[in-house]
Ligand binder design. Structure first.
Ligand SMILES: [Fe+2]
Length: 247
């Protein structure tokens, strides 16, 4: 695996990080899950400094035993789920350019690190992520099973909402790294549904636009507790011999 080349960051990189960080830190109170806001403090990210993984890893590891693994970009499913099953979160180290603040074709470090890492300090959340990855590894040669499991990943880890005492909150990193979707996801424009494993397994998703549906969990413990149901519902859909879709 490669390393983060911290000395290679340019002044534009630092400026991009600062703009994105300050904008989201303004947006997130009262919108992001309490676990993210606490995690952000524990992991000590700031506007003025691009996270240095040598500093982030010990902080993260002391919370949950997780660490970061540098990847160049999107990695193959087998490597992705293998890393997650070993408590290693694959993260890019490059930042988008100033001209691309709001549009990206694939995740950069603001998404992978700012939006994902704070929640990796939360034990039930990472237990869910690890258990989901272990299921995926067991089905890694079955493209249909991986497609179904990727729907669970998508509607939770990337685009999940949680019902907290103070109200509806965001925990999905795909939302937390987008200023626009942070506001949109909690508005009355999209559909909000209760988290339901069977429904999610039967719901394809789109990558090219804001989501039309978000699923709401009651707690991270409930998410983790749904792992046996994910295995059962997945098994039904594989056995049925559902038409294979590679979309
Ligand atoms: Fe992500």
């Amino acid at each position: 695996m490669s390393m983060q080349q911290y000395s290679n960051y340019t002044s534009e990189d630092f400026a991009v990080w600062k703009i994105l960080f300050e904008r989201q830190v303004q947006n997130l109170p009262g919108r992001a899950t309490a676990a993210f806001m606490e995690g952000l403090k524990r992991i000590q990210f700031t506007a003025d400094s691009i996270p240095n993984f040598e500093e982030t890893d010990p902080l993260l590891s002391s919370c949950t035993g997780w660490e970061l693994t540098v990847v160049p970009g999107i990695v193959a499913d087998d490597l992705f789920f293998k890393l997650l099953s070993e408590k290693k979160f694959p993260a890019t180290t490059w930042l988008r350019k100033m001209a691309q603040l709001d549009y990206l074709e694939e995740p950069d470090m603001f998404h992978d690190v700012f939006a994902h890492v704070p929640l990796l300090t939360n034990k039930p959340f990472v237990d869910f992520l690890q258990a989901l990855s272990k299921i995926a590894l067991r089905h890694i040669d079955d493209a249909w099973a991986i497609e179904l499991l990727s729907r669970i990943y998508w509607f939770t880890i990337e685009f999940g909402l949680i019902q907290e005492e103070g109200g509806l909150r965001i925990y999905g990193a795909g939302i937390l790294s987008s200023a626009g979707e942070t506001l949109y996801s909690l508005s009355n424009k999209p559909e909000h549904r209760p988290y339901d494993v069977a429904t999610i397994l039967d719901t394809p998703y789109r990558k090219d636009t804001f989501q039309e549906i978000y699923y709401i969990v009651d707690s991270y413990e409930a998410l983790y507790a749904s792992i046996p149901e994910i295995e059962e519902e997945l098994a039904k859909r594989i056995k049925k011999g559902t038409v294979i879709s590679l979309s």
